[in-house]
Design a protein around this ligand. Structure first.
Ligand SMILES: *Cc1c(COP(=O)(O)O)cnc(C)c1O
Length: 381
């Protein structure tokens, strides 16, 4: 028999399927759905998630780095894969070899790709990132035409798409900046088209845009957080309500579990953990759990978060250590060594969501899930 791990991530494939279908219903069947699987599929497990979402109708995958793209290709994933991040000049040869599509915004990249494709007699498909106001990646509008003409000079380079990304669509209920960026994107595309340049695939929408603004869909949407069953923000949810629309139903996909490594009684007045920041105000039963900040359980949860044991909340006592946390189980009867513990997810009628943990650590659900250490086993349910 296989030994049980001391911690694991459960992936609810029916929830993932449900979420994908929700977005498909929004965008219709003729637009492409790019599933964003960067950051180890937002902590969910890139290979596990890729397989399921492609079966369930995602058309493309989006990755951050060339390494993620190569990993998918080596595991026989042969759908279109778009690299959203930066690929260094040294890595460009690999991008061609593995048939990855690239997001481009530097003339140096174009020059190098031009000569590499000429040497190898192969082709590569490119998506030009347009600067619309995020000021992260992107080509300024005034430089766009000359950049595109550089691409067109090389027979091995195919201009396949034009993309941009919103800066301020999740953090607010005021979407004037998003509208400004959408206008800029439209103008830039229109200008190029008036110059006779065909843009087969235009795309700008992330999860929040897809939920809130159909006019952002164009030819493809890039869905990340929503696919994993999490809302981009409270503001996105409220905006949806304010639009008098029934919000789409999203089901969280990930649970994170561990088991109790030791149970011990400590006297009133005893200190717990590094820095002696916690001191028991009564005789206390502690359950020691074999997970810590190395695993992605943030040190910001020290003395503020809780876990679920037998459906009851056990508060974290004192500092989160590298590989351990201590929890108070004094009032939970019949707790035994190696009992299952829910760090994130549902258990016995209660739950701890990524949003709950994000609020406790003053961050966003994206960071909570993407930080979960990739070496923890992912189990598909
Ligand atoms: C991560 C990412 C997305 C997905 O964003 P979500 O808010 O998770 O849907 C879309 N586009 C780009 C360029 C990204 O980097």
């Amino acid at each position: 028999m296989k030994t049980k791990p001391m911690q694991w991530i459960e992936i609810d494939s029916s929830a993932l399927t449900h979420n994908i279908h929700q977005f498909r219903r929004l965008i219709g069947k003729n637009r492409k759905l790019l599933a964003t699987v960067k950051a180890n599929a937002y902590g969910h497990g890139i290979l596990e998630v890729a397989k399921i979402v492609l079966q369930e109708g995602a058309d493309w995958l989006g990755v951050h780095s060339i390494d993620e793209g190569i990993l998918l290709r080596q595991k026989k994933v042969n759908c279109p894969i778009l690299v959203l991040g930066y690929v260094s000049n040294d890595e460009l040869e690999q991008a061609i070899k593995y048939n990855l599509r690239l997001t481009v915004y530097n003339p140096e990249t174009i020059k190098r790709l031009g000569s590499l494709t000429a040497q190898s007699r192969r082709k590569i498909r490119l998506h030009v990132k347009v600067e619309t106001g995020t000021h992260r990646q992107g080509i300024r509008e005034e430089d766009l035409l000359s950049f595109v003409e550089k691409i067109q000079r090389f027979p091995g380079l195919i201009l396949e798409g034009m993309s941009s990304h919103f800066a301020n669509i999740e953090d607010t209920k005021d979407h004037s900046y998003a509208r400004f960026q959408l206008d800029n994107f439209k103008k830039s595309c229109k200008k190029l088209e008036e110059d006779g340049i065909a843009i087969p695939i235009k795309h700008i929408a992330c999860t929040a845009a897809t939920i809130l603004f159909p006019e952002t869909y164009f030819d493809m949407v890039r869905i990340g957080i929503g696919m994993y069953g999490l809302w981009p923000s409270k503001e996105t949810y409220l905006s949806c309500i304010l639009q008098n629309r029934k919000p789409i139903q999203l089901k969280p996909v990930l649970s994170w579990k561990t088991r109790i490594a030791q149970i011990k009684k400590i006297p009133k007045g005893a200190y717990v953990g590094y820095g002696c920041t916690f001191r028991a105000t009564r005789e206390t039963v502690l359950a020691v759990l074999p997970i810590g900040y190395y695993d992605g359980y943030s040190r910001d949860f020290s003395s503020v978060s809780y876990v679920l044991i037998k459906g009851q909340r056990a508060p974290v006592c004192g500092r989160v250590a590298m590989d351990f946390i201590m929890t108070d189980v004094t009032d939970i009867p019949d707790v035994k060594l190696e009992d299952e513990v829910v760090l994130l997810g549902e258990g016995g009628g209660d739950s701890i969501t990524a949003d709950d943990l994000a609020a406790l650590a003053v961050t966003i659900n994206y960071e909570i899930v993407t930080r979960i250490n990739p070496r923890i086993p992912r189990i598909i349910l």
